[in-house]
Design a binder for this molecule. Structure first.
Ligand SMILES: [Zn+2]
Length: 244
């Protein structure tokens, strides 16, 4: 099991990576379940991901309350993470993003599906969660635990849930896996949109193709190579241990 210090540094690196690849901007976040206490999770204080440092990482309980006594301002939408960790014990890392490429599929009846091999880990089914179904008119943000739990119910055992008119939440077993899902999901949405513009039919990955790719474990083969590259591009290599 990695040390908490190593995990905190990895979370900071993951924030920089998501920002570098335009998955997040001023908003959006990534968390990791606490390696020392599965009933807690680690998430930055309210800060734009590109600017996150290890010392910004706070500890939260699964109800979204601050667990470490810090007085820093937390993210309003920390309940996305709280709800998903509470509902899914096997989930170790969660991303929330407003990536533009994904949003059209959250307001359309056309389902977003994996179209290319690098997006296979997004899963065959990406449900759309509409906050209005249960909560009526809101600011669309997930600002309490009841909303986070409702999102987690829609996500169920899938890896991605689109959030209507808002973005997506992705869940994985490692930070690397959820980074890979979150980086390639918007690219997959762009490719699918381009294929639809061509006007003919399109062919997503088959269930068998996804199963073969999943057989290499969370995030697929050579994920460590991608982590090394992503961190270098994002100027965050110093936050990760050297690759063996
Ligand atoms: Zn949001």
């Amino acid at each position: 099991m990695p040390s908490t210090d190593a995990v905190v540094r990895e979370i900071a690196a993951a924030n920089r990576i998501l920002a570098h690849f335009n998955v997040v901007d001023a908003y959006g976040h990534i968390s990791r379940r606490d390696p020392e206490n599965p009933k807690r999770f680690l998430l930055s204080r309210s800060k734009s991901p590109e600017l996150v440092e290890p010392e910004d990482i706070m500890t939260f309980n699964l109800d979204g309350s601050v667990a470490d006594g810090r007085k820093d301002k937390p993210y309003l939408e920390r309940f996305i993470h709280a709800g998903i960790y509470e509902a899914n014990p096997e989930i170790m890392s969660v991303v929330h993003s407003h990536a533009l490429e994904v949003v059209p599929f959250s307001i359309s009846t056309v389902p977003l599906v994996p179209m290319m091999h690098v997006a296979s880990h997004c899963g065959a089914h990406m449900p759309v969660w509409d906050i209005a179904d249960k909560f009526g008119d809101t600011g669309l943000l997930v600002t309490n635990l009841e909303q986070g739990r409702d999102l987690a119910t829609k996500l169920a055992k899938n890896r991605v849930a689109l959030m209507r008119g808002h973005g997506f939440a992705a869940a994985g077993q490692t930070i690397g896996e959820v980074l890979k899902i979150s980086i390639y999901l918007p690219q997959n949405a762009r490719v699918m949109m381009d294929a639809m513009r061509l006007g003919g039919g399109f062919k997503p990955l088959s269930a068998g193709e996804q199963a073969i790719r999943d057989a290499d474990g969370p995030g697929g083969r050579e994920l460590d190579r991608a982590m090394e590259y992503w961190a270098a591009k994002a100027g965050a290599s110093h936050l990760l241990p050297p690759r063996k």
